[in-house]
Design a protein. Structure first.
Length: 405
């Protein structure tokens, strides 16, 4: 436990970190990559370029300083971070490197404000945080390695099939290159993929949701091609997967991870609510429910820009029709001349009030949401406005805090 003086010193820096935290974290990452360039393979350089990783770390450091008296308040966040670390192969020795550069960055950015007492306090606070995370990660590594077909670190998988699901999303079915067993996982979880990015000269990891039910002889990921726009460059890994990785090629995978998954121990109705590439973990949940609990009431609701980018429409229709009490509702913002199987149930923006009026949102259901952050925020608020309890809303937003394409 940290003593009172240490906690007071760290807590006193919280306002400064909220205001200038991004400056600190930018300095930290630049310093660390300069002195330890091998860690570029661990961190998502796309998020580095866009600044989202620096911002996320700044918020996390400020939150830790603010809650230093009761760090257990942050335990749900720490558990999520630990799961991400396990999926990236973070080991105890990495904490020593990160701690050294973090303390040096605090000293260099704050200047005279970084007194020896403050640096000593932050060293103790960082040690406590590292111990918490390493303890959680030890459990995660043990769980990943001890199950049938499990492993830790990176394992080679061969691309068995590659199939376009839409104009933007392509699926890759992956089997162990060593001929071994595929591990089980919870529908909704993700895997980390690592492959060489020639323009960088080193490997990069990305997280992609598993888009098929567990229990198959393969793992399947379905990857959206991330095109460049005004806010961010093109996705280095997603474009390489689309353009260069073919059936027969070998890529590296970390074990399945993630705290967004279907609660299979419940019999409540299920509403799967997604947009865009957020459909991928929902496909795993839908396929699993159809195979194991076909009587469980289910509503599959998905929003896409148009039929050309709508993935898995025929599969969604077939799986829901094979269940006793399931219904699909596909909404497209714009209409395009496409085959009947790709046509939506409605045009325009997704309107949960309209769905509720059509009995598509059972009040006692568990709601699983995945999609862009703006979509997620809007749908969560809409569900809350309709009286859905917070413990019934389970959400995964793609991005630095979740699955990254």
């Amino acid at each position: 436990m940290l003593n009172t003086v240490t906690r007071q010193l760290v807590k006193a820096t919280a306002p400064v970190l909220k205001e200038h935290g991004v400056t600190l974290t930018r300095h930290f990452y630049a310093r660390m990559f300069q002195h330890n360039p091998e860690l570029r393979e661990v961190f998502n350089q796309g998020h580095q370029r866009g600044g989202s990783q620096q911002e996320a770390l700044a918020m996390a450091v400020a939150a830790y300083a603010e809650h230093i008296d009761h760090p257990e308040v942050l335990m749900p966040v720490l558990e999520r971070v630990a799961a991400k670390h396990v999926s990236l192969g973070i080991r105890p020795e990495h904490y020593t490197i990160v701690g050294r550069h973090l303390l040096a960055s605090i000293s260099e950015v704050l200047g005279e404000g970084a007194t020896p007492e403050l640096i000593e306090a932050w060293a103790a606070a960082y040690g406590q945080l590292a111990d918490l995370l390493m303890g959680l990660e030890k459990q995660g590594y043990h769980q990943a390695a001890s199950q049938a077909g499990g492993w830790t670190g990176w394992r080679s998988f061969r691309v068995q099939t590659k199939r376009a699901e839409s104009e933007e999303i392509t699926s890759f079915e992956l089997v162990p290159a060593d001929g071994g067993q595929v591990p089980s996982y919870r529908p909704g979880q993700y895997v980390s993929v690592r492959l060489l990015v020639p323009e960088l000269g080193y490997r990069q990891p990305r997280q992609y949701s598993l888009s098929d039910a567990p229990g198959r002889a393969h793992l399947r990921i379905s990857v959206k091609r991330e095109a460049a726009d005004t806010d961010r460059p093109a996705g280095m890994v997603s474009n390489r997967l689309h353009d260069h990785v073919q059936a027969g090629d070998v890529i590296e995978l970390a074990p399945p991870a993630g705290d967004f998954f279907l609660h299979t121990d419940r019999q409540t109705p299920v509403v799967l609510l997604s947009a865009g590439v957020g459909i991928t973990p929902m496909m795993a949940m839908l396929a699993h429910l159809q195979a194991t609990a076909p009587q469980r009431p289910l509503r599959f609701v998905h929003a896409a820009r148009h039929a050309g980018v709508q993935a898995f429409a025929p599969q969604v229709r077939a799986l829901t029709q094979a269940m006793a009490n399931a219904q699909a509702w596909l909404v497209h913002e714009a209409q395009r001349p496409e085959p009947a199987s790709a046509q939506p149930d409605a045009l325009g923006r997704l309107d949960l009030q309209h769905l509720a009026a059509q009995d598509l949102l059972p009040p006692d259901a568990d709601y699983y949401l995945c999609g862009p952050k703006g979509f997620m925020s809007a749908q969560i608020h809409a569900l809350q406005d309709q009286g859905v309890a917070a413990e019934r809303i389970h959400a995964e937003a793609f991005g630095t805090g979740g699955v990254a394409a």
